[in-house]
Ligand binder design. Sequence first.
Ligand code: ADP
Length: 329
Amino acid sequence: MSTKKVTKIGVLTSGGDAPGMNAAIRAVVRTGLYNDLEVYGIMRGYAGMIENDIIRMESRSVANIIQRGGTILKTARSKEFMEPEGRAIAYENLKQFGIDGLVVIGGDGSFRGAQKFSNEFDIPCIGIPGTIDRDMAGTDYTIGFDTAVNTAVEAIDKIRDTMDAHDRLFIVEVMGRDAGYIALHSGIATGAENILIPETKTDIEDLIRSLCEKEKRKKLVNLVVVAEGGEYGDANKLAEIIKERIPTADTRVCILGHIQRGGSPTCQDRLIASHMGYYAVESLLLGRRNIMVGVLNNKIQYTPFNDTIKEKHQRIGQEWMRIVKILAS
Ligand code: ADP
């Protein structure tokens, strides 16, 4: 807790972009202004902080953005901010504007940077989890996940139509370098026969056996959803193995890629972004610092930055993978 009252706050989006970040920016700006704070938008995350790319935000600055994907403040990664010298320049820039509190919308990397910055220069920072991967501890929701997973479901449904028409085996690769949530949720929702995620070891022999067995039963349509960070890497590599082992299968690959990051955020992403943005500003007003605003069991929860790192996020349970097998049999 801090006893100094904040008067001017900065808001930035950092790291990977996620649909719904705009809704969070809007909530931070409007809640700040409602509480008579001056609000500044920092462009391109920590890069803009170092380059002094900082703009005053008014209520109209965030008009008509709640439904837009991307982030009006842009986002970036900044190597300079990893170094003490870079952070010192960033601090001097904030000082010029009198900014005495920060809301950082991003992933756990961005929070690590915020924590260092806050400790070095006594600026309270509050984090809002913005990542399509949903791999953060201290929250059941991260902004962007729901939109990304719905985009994946819509795309996979379309792929299913064409694979069904041709009796094909399709391998669809979704995003998720370290986390399989998009693969798991979109795979279950589209009735995938197999789902491969980074959290669990892939038994390639078991996968081949299951695909062969389905071929024998004349179940010719087979959908395999893989996370990009799966053990067998990208979908093309996996397709090569399957083609070699089951040459009779008409195997195709589709990599969904960046479409999962774009698009108008879903209602759920807009709601949680609005909620978290409001509580982030309230936290600054109450003197909190170095915490992330999250939602656990449908209640707002505050988690120290140190405990939000993705290594600590709830792992996907084996129970889910068992259910996938049963439902696809
Ligand atoms: P995300 O926030 O999505 O996890 P990154 O891990 O790329 O994305 O982090 C975003 C930015 O946060 C980095 O480009 C860097 O400027 C800053 N950052 C990340 N980790 C640290 C760290 N350990 N120390 C200082 N700054 C960091």
